[in-house]
Each structure stands twice: as structure tokens, then as C-alpha cells.
Design a protein around this ligand. Structure first.
Ligand code: SAH
Ligand code: SF4
Ligand code: F3S
Length: 470
């Protein structure tokens, strides 16, 4: 198959596997197996990347620890999406200096989106001298080589040059769950929304081969995974760089044809590329969860244009109408930014009126955070923090009311749910998810975990449903 996306040659992946074996042999000489801890910030894409890092560490002979206490290798997989996320990382990385003082042989690594920001790499180089290895998301597949370099030379390694990225297949993976799995179908983003750092940290859009993705899903289904989420910054642009006419609806339909009892989810969908064909496939395929995360960001056309979102409020509302025509009970969630530079309170009120018109099941609300190097960070931003917070609070209050109203409408219905874990409250010993992805608390024996069951919904809060087994 001809393609425009660069693919890492199999021989280069093989070399990484050899580095793993070399480190494994060195680690085997230690009195006790060394331990590695991977800490993850940010989105599901980072969670999926951390599962690859753990797979590589395991192959290198490390036990996977669930705390940094006493770990021989610590990997912090970071997120750069908002200032707050970065501050948390700097705080936590700073605190690691004490552990390193006690154990100077400890190796501290920082990877993920922050590593790809030049000012962050510079700060780490100058002031966080206990960090040994820094590498961006596009260098992830070379982690064994980079770690080996630190290990053998005991020098600091920075692999943070700008990198558009290539597709690396065949990396080992250690998944965190037995029921839910992530499958990256593509990497990177070409949309350049003016507030967003992701296109700078994750490189250009590139799609994995459909056959490889479908094989991975087949194998997950055979292993008993019940809830599989296809990941990409904008899954709706899947396949644009592939030959053979593949696009996301076709991939989703093919995935839904794989035998087994499982549900397919996907995130995220850019509204400009969500098509009628996607909604038709969702409606036709029982295995595709009736849920979509469709970020709208703002309800005001001037702000949407300044964000470079490339749709209008009306176009967004039309998409939602079309979606609900095909899937009347779809669970619809979204992201929204309050306080984009220059947004006025009347413009913000268009966002409020949009959520009243759409009535999302849940909303992820963010206050705009300037990201160095993005166009929006250069715009005048006259609104005070207090005013932005007041708007934010109004939005959250409106959405909480809507979420509660939506949850109330479930009461008395029977929902087919996946029982996915133990609950924290003894009265509700289990947690479950509806097909649409809403959280349900219920009581029952732990033997039910991993099964689909009919649950009668008896109560609710803003954030969850309460039910009983039928
Ligand atoms: N690719 C996904 C979004 C990834 S980021 C998509 O396009 O839907 C997740 C969310 O973080 C975005 O939808 C946006 O609402 C929010 N976000 C991104 N950059 C931000 C910034 N600079 N400040 C505040 N919120 C931001
Ligand atoms: Fe960021 Fe926009 Fe790309 Fe999403 S689509 S990752 S918000 S640039
Ligand atoms: Fe954060 Fe990078 Fe994901 S910035 S949200 S970890 S793509």
C-alpha cells in the first residue's frame, strides 16, 4: 500500500527490542529485580502511550511499580494542554529530587507533550538537573535506546527536537485493565485550533494501517476485553493519508464486524468532520456505543472563527440535529472553553444558550489557558480573571442542572450495563457503565465484574445513576 505517512522500518523496531534484551541482561545481574514507575498526566492518548512505556520497561526486565517510592526508574508522561497541568508536573518532578538524593542511581525520565515544548526542555535542562532523560511523544518508540544511553553513559539525554512523527508498529504493550482497552488509530493533529498546543507537541496527522488496527481489536476481543476505545485527536480525519479509500466510518464498521461481546467507543470527533455516514454507521452497528464526544468550544461565531474551528454555531447545531435523528438516545458530551482572548460576556452568553439548546449529557469545561507558541497567546485578553471565573461558574451551574435533569429521565428505565469494577461505598459494591457511558452505582457480588447485565435505574445525582440488578 502506498502511503504518504512515514513508517518506522521494522529493522529499527527490532534494534529497540535488542536494546531491551541488552538492558534485561544487565538488570538480571542485580540482586533483586529493579522496579519502574510510570506516572501519567493528560488524555487517553497519554494513557495508551504509558501502556507502551510499561511494555518496553517490562521487556527490559523491570517490575512495574505503582509508586515512585524506591523505584529505580521513574517516567513522568506529561501533558501540556493547560498551565495547571504543567504546574502539577513541575511540582511533582521537583519533589523527586529527595528520592534521587537517597538513591543517586535512580533514573528520572520526563516524556509526553511538555517535553516537546522548547521552553520546558530549557527549564528542565537548567533547573531540574535530577531529570536524566527528556523525550517527546514522537520519540517514544526509541525509549529503550534512550534509556540505555543514560544507563551506560550516566549522562543526561534530551531528545526534544521538533518531530512530525512516524508510525511505529510492533511495540510491546502492558495494558492497565482487563476489560477496557485503548487502541490508537492515528496520531498527531493538523487542525491548529489557535488556542491549542497539541499540533506542536504531537506532530502531523498520521493513520495506522486498518489491517493492523483491526487485528489489534480482534485480539482484544479474543482476550475478553469488553470496552474498546479508538483514539485519535480527531478520529474523523482517519485515513486521509492512506491509500485504499479508508475513512473513519469504514474503519468503525469493519471493527464492529469483529466477533465477540464488546462495545466500541471513539474519541475525539471534530465537528467539522463528523459526517452523516458516521452517524449512520453508529446507528446501524450494535457494537458501536451510542455515545459521541463532540467538542463545540464556543457558541459564538466570532469566537469560533478566532479559534479556527471552521464551523459555525448553526452548523454545529445542524450536526447535532442530524445525529439525534439517527440516534435519538445518543449520549452527547462536549468540551468548552470559557474566556478565550477577547471573548465578551455577551459572546459567552451564546455558549450558555448553546448548551441550553443542545442539552449535553455532560460537559468538560475549561478556562482558557495561554500556551506559548500558539496564535491565541498573542491576542489581547482584557477580561479579568474574576469575570472569567464568574462566567465559568454560570456555565457549570447550568450544565449541572441539565445533567441532573437528563439523569432523572433514566429513573425507571432498564439499562444494559457493563459491570466494570468495585465501588467505594459498601452500599454500592459495584460500578457499571451504560452503553452510552454513564456511570452507574449498584450492589452485587464481585463475580459480576466483567459481565454485561440489565440494571434498573432507581435514583441519580448530577454525576451518576444508582440502580439495581434486575
Ligand atoms: N483533539 C481534541 C481535544 C484535545 S484537548 C479535540 O479537538 O476535540 C481537550 C480539550 O482541552 C479541548 O477540547 C479544549 O476544550 C481544551 N483545551 C485545549 N487547549 C486549551 C487551552 N489552551 N486552554 C483551555 N482549554 C484548552
Ligand atoms: Fe487541539 Fe484542535 Fe487539534 Fe483538538 S482539533 S487537538 S483542539 S488543534
Ligand atoms: Fe495533553 Fe498532549 Fe493529550 S497536551 S491532552 S497529553 S495530546
Amino acid at each position: 500500500m502506498d502511503r504518504t505517512t512515514p513508517v518506522v522500518p521494522a529493522a529499527d523496531i527490532q534494534r529497540q527490542k535488542e536494546y531491551c534484551q541488552e538492558l534485561r541482561a544487565l538488570n538480571a545481574q542485580k540482586p533483586a529485580p529493579p522496579r519502574a514507575y510510570v506516572d501519567t498526566y493528560g488524555c487517553q492518548q497519554n494513557e495508551a502511550d504509558s501502556e507502551l512505556l510499561r511494555g518496553m520497561l517490562w521487556d527490559m526486565g523491570y517490575q512495574i511499580a505503582d509508586t515512585d517510592q524506591g523505584a529505580d526508574v521513574i517516567v513522568i508522561n506529561t501533558c501540556a494542554i493547560r498551565e495547571h497541568a504543567e504546574q502539577r508536573v513541575f511540582g511533582n518532578v521537583g519533589a523527586l529530587v529527595h528520592g534521587k538524593r537517597k538513591n543517586p542511581a535512580q533514573i528520572v525520565c520526563l516524556c509526553g507533550c511538555m517535553a516537546q515544548e522548547p521552553h520546558v526542555a530549557e527549564r528542565l535542562r537548567k533547573t531540574y538537573r535530577h531529570v536524566d532523560l527528556v523525550f517527546g511523544p514522537q520519540a517514544l518508540w526509541r525509549f529503550p535506546e534512550l534509556l540505555r544511553r543514560v544507563y551506560l553513559r550516566r549522562g543526561r539525554v534530551f531528545e526534544t527536537a521538533p518531530d512530525d512523527g512516524a508510525i511505529a508498529e510492533g511495540l510491546p504493550v502492558r495494558r492497565s485493565g482487563k476489560l477496557k482497552a485503548w487502541v490508537s488509530i492515528m496520531y498527531g493533529c493538523n487542525n491548529f485550533c489557535t488556542y491549542c498546543i497539541v499540533p506542536y507537541t504531537r506532530g502531523r496527522e498520521r493513520s495506522r494501517e486498518p489491517e493492523i488496527i483491526l487485528d489489534e481489536i480482534r485480539s482484544l476481543a479474543e482476550q475478553g476485553y469488553k470496552d474498546i476505545t479508538l483514539l485519535g485527536q480527531n478520529v474523523n480525519s482517519y485515513g486521509r493519508d492512506l491509500e485504499g479509500g479508508w475513512d473513519f466510518p469504514r474503519l468503525l464498521e469493519a471493527a464492529a464486524g469483529i466477533p465477540g461481546e464488546f462495545l466500541l467507543r471513539f474519541m475525539t470527533s471534530h465537528p467539522k468532520d463528523a459526517t452523516e455516514r458516521l452517524f449512520d454507521v453508529m446507528a446501524a452497528c450494535e457494537k458501536v456505543a451510542p455515545a459521541i464526544h463532540l467538542p463545540f468550544q464556543s457558541g459564538n461565531d466570532r469566537v469560533l472563527a478566532a479559534m479556527n474551528r471552521r464551523y459555525t454555531r448553526e452548523q454545529y447545531l445542524d450536526k447535532v440535529r442530524l445525529l439525534r435523528e439517527r440516534l435519538p438516545h445518543v449520549v452527547l458530551t462536549s468540551d468548552v472553553i470559557v474566556g478565550f482572548p477577547g471573548e465578551t460576556t455577551p459572546e459567552f452568553e451564546d455558549t450558555l444558550s448553546l448548551i441550553e439548546a443542545v442539552r449535553f449529557d455532560a460537559l468538560f469545561t475549561f478556562i482558557y489557558s495561554p500556551r506559548k507558541g500558539t496564535p491565541a497567546a498573542e491576542l489581547p485578553d482584557p477580561m479579568s480573571k474574576q469575570e472569567k471565573s464568574a462566567n465559568f461558574d454560570r456555565l457549570v451551574a447550568a450544565q449541572n442542572r441539565i445533567s441532573l435533569e437528563k439523569h432523572r429521565s433514566y429513573i425507571g428505565t432498564v439499562q444494559r450495563c457493563l459491570i466494570d469494577g468495585a465501588g467505594e461505598d459498601p452500599r454500592n459494591s459495584l460500578t457499571a457503565r451504560t452503553a452510552g457511558g454513564r456511570l452507574v452505582h449498584l450492589s452485587g457480588g464481585s463475580a459480576l465484574i466483567g459481565q454485561f447485565a440489565d440494571v434498573k435505574i432507581a435514583g441519580c445525582s448530577t454525576w451518576a445513576l444508582f440502580g439495581e440488578l434486575t
